[in-house]
Design a protein around this ligand. Structure first.
Ligand SMILES: *Cc1c(COP(=O)(O)O)cnc(C)c1O
Length: 337
């Protein structure tokens, strides 16, 4: 399967012959969710972005940001990250033969994401501060040093991520009335809206933030954002205006969901639909269940990242392991009880 630059080159800022750094990202599954549809009273589809090469949608933006960095002659890339941008940047830097550095909030990054960033050989810097502070510092650093910044303030990230909207319209023959999506730094909702607009589509953009990290809902930055959904633990989104424009001009809305609602949706997706996403991703489904589809008949929920990213939350939410002696009767009891 070719990567998304090769597939969508005519609609991306890349010319034939430009260097392409790809891991075969994009073309992710769109899965119908019958049980969720019954609960929501709408036809619900799940865009499974955890199926990207490093397990999150960030790869769509990263193939473009890193390819552009190589085209510009960069030797190194850097990002601030709640985890998935770091994992993706580390993998694409390795692929491109560039040096990669990632700045993460100390103690606040899920185990799988940290393992990815480290195993791909990036320099992982743990900041005694939150994501918003990390982003401010890397912006200042890249003003002083010739290092390419690959956060979603980089336009190439948005360009790459808009391809998910193209895929949805292709898969659903353009019939899609609402998109439910978690919102953190607000790059992804910006990207989907751009992709839809460029295709002449206008589904309602329904953005969801965690209640403890909901600056767009509250209308002001949150100084100490807190949520179990670490990927959207962001208090001052860089794409604030773009995100609000997407939701307002599409007749959508931004709403908050509690951590309990997020975890309930997370378990429901795993147990009833067989899909394991990370907590931040479940905010889209939590939002749909809590706030409704706003009259939409067909809805897509974006599941932004894979559940294996955050094994600690998974084990804390799941049932207990059943111990058993190595005897037939004991196994029979353990299995059938
Ligand atoms: C990055 C990320 C988000 C938030 O996307 P933004 O573009 O920052 O709004 C949501 N879920 C997951 C799993 C992510 O990695």
């Amino acid at each position: 399967m070719p990567g998304l630059i090769d597939r969508h080159r005519g609609r991306l800022p890349f010319a034939p012959g430009d260097p392409v750094v790809s891991l075969g990202e994009g073309s992710t599954p769109l899965v119908q969710a019958p049980r969720l549809s019954a609960r929501a009273g709408a036809e619900v589809w799940l865009k499974v972005e955890g199926a990207n090469p490093t397990g999150s949608f960030k790869d769509r933006g990263m193939t473009c940001a890193v390819s552009a960095a190589v085209r510009e002659g960069a030797r190194a890339i850097i990002c601030a990250s709640t985890g998935n941008t770091a994992a993706s940047a580390a993998a694409y830097a390795a692929r491109a033969g560039l040096r990669g550095a990632v700045i993460v909030p100390e103690g606040k990054i899920a185990a799988g994401k940290l393992a990815q960033a480290l195993v791909h050989g990036a320099r992982v810097v743990a900041l005694k501060g939150n994501f918003d502070e990390a982003l401010r510092l890397v912006r200042e650093l890249t003003d002083r040093q010739p290092i390419a910044l690959v956060n979603s303030i980089n336009e190439f990230r948005i360009e790459g991520q808009k391809t998910a909207a193209f895929e949805l319209l292709d898969d659903l023959d353009g019939e899609l009335e609402a998109l439910c999506i978690p919102v953190g730094n607000a790059g992804n909702i910006t990207a989907y809206w751009r992709g839809f607009r460029e295709s002449g589509a206008r589904p309602r953009m329904l953005g969801f933030q965690a209640a403890g990290a909901a600056p767009l809902v509250q209308g002001e930055p949150v100084e100490h954002p807190e949520t179990v959904a670490s990927a959207i633990r962001i208090g001052n989104p860089a794409r604030w205006e773009d995100a609000m424009d997407a939701m307002t001009s599409s007749g959508g809305a931004v709403s908050a969901v509690s951590d309990e609602q997020i975890l309930e949706a997370y378990r429901l997706l795993a147990v009833e639909e067989g899909i394991f996403c990370e907590p931040a991703s479940a905010a889209s489904v939590a939002g749909l269940l809590a706030h409704g589809a706003k009259g939409a008949r067909r809805v897509v929920c974006v599941l932004t990242g894979h559940g294996l990213k955050d094994p600690d939350v998974a084990l804390a939410q799941a049932g207990a392991i059943v111990p058993c002696a190595p005897e037939l009767e004991a196994i029979e009891r353990a299995v059938l009880e």
